[in-house]
Design a protein around this ligand. Structure first.
Ligand SMILES: NC(=O)c1ccc[n+]([C@@H]2O[C@H](COP(=O)([O-])OP(=O)(O)OC[C@H]3O[C@@H](n4cnc5c(N)ncnc54)[C@H](OP(=O)(O)O)[C@@H]3O)[C@@H](O)[C@H]2O)c1
Length: 233
């Protein structure tokens, strides 16, 4: 299946619109080198994030973010009135999602996207907490297959909330439409600290991903930037 062509044929669903959202320090880092979360977002930014989530059908993170941050992946009823229920999606090729992760206690179904060899054991371990579905032989989850599955489930808007390896995988596969970035008033520093686009990164100039700045707005003590992804340079 050629995902870029998904939606071109009448019998294929449109691929979801994909928005990447993250908060980074003024020096472009997401967390401490060992993955310890850092408070980067302001209260205004958290409100914006939950409003953005509320306009989505599904929210996705990598398993290292589940382990480091233990996010609920929900729309907070404190921040958004009548919050919608989202499909929660985790990329987990090696089956590391903890059974007591907080996302299992928040509203909505959970899809753990994994790879062929991991799926049976992981489904047994997680029981009815989640649907475990393999996408390819690995070592990582095959994102075009996952996106096609989400489109078939009726997901029209997907929010990708990190971390850096996950974001780079989506960017480098050409699956991101918009980037929403909050730059908070802190410096984390260090060459080992995770950044918004980790993983292998661009290996040559042809792999650099081009952006168009849509808006830049002060939010509390930080800046909120929105970009449209224009594709490879
Ligand atoms: N400031 C922010 O906005 C923000 C947001 C989110 C996270 N974070 C921080 O980011 C850090 C975690 O980021 P991270 O880059 O280390 O990890 P990550 O992106 O959360 O998860 C990456 C892991 O997901 C699994 N995976 C499976 N298929 C994949 C695919 N196709 N592409 C990418 N990953 C795939 C792999 O683990 P397996 O091989 O084991 O499956 C991979 O190592 C944490 O410190 C967290 O606090 C910050």
């Amino acid at each position: 299946m050629d995902l870029q062509k998904a939606g071109d044929r009448a019998d294929e669903p449109d691929r979801p619109w994909v928005c990447v959202n993250f908060a980074m320090s003024a020096d472009g880092k997401l967390a401490l080198p060992d993955g310890t979360p850092v408070e980067i977002s302001s209260e205004q930014d958290m409100l914006r994030v939950h409003q953005l989530r509320a306009s989505s059908d599904a929210i996705l993170v990598g398993v290292s973010t589940i382990i480091a941050d233990d996010p609920k992946l929900h729309v907070s009823p404190v921040r958004v009135r009548n919050p919608p229920t989202l499909l929660k999606v985790v990329l987990d090729a090696s089956g590391r999602t903890p059974t007591d992760a907080r996302l299992f206690d928040s509203p909505g179904e959970t899809l753990i996207a994994t790879v062929d060899g991991t799926a049976p054991g992981l489904q047994e371990r997680l029981g009815d907490r989640a649907d475990v579905i393999p996408f390819g032989p690995g070592p990582l989850v095959h994102l075009p297959g996952l996106i096609y599955n989400l489109a078939c489930r009726g997901v029209q808007r997907l929010m990708v909330e990190g971390g850096g390896e996950t974001i780079w995988s989506f960017m480098s596969t050409g699956l991101v439409d918009e980037i929403s970035c909050y730059i908070g008033p802190v410096v984390i520093g260090g060459g080992e600290s995770p950044t918004p686009a980790d993983g292998p990164g661009a290996k040559d100039l042809s792999q650099i991903v081009g952006l168009e700045l849509l808006s830049a707005e002060r939010l509390g003590e930080g800046m909120w930037m929105r970009y449209r992804v224009t594709g490879r340079q």
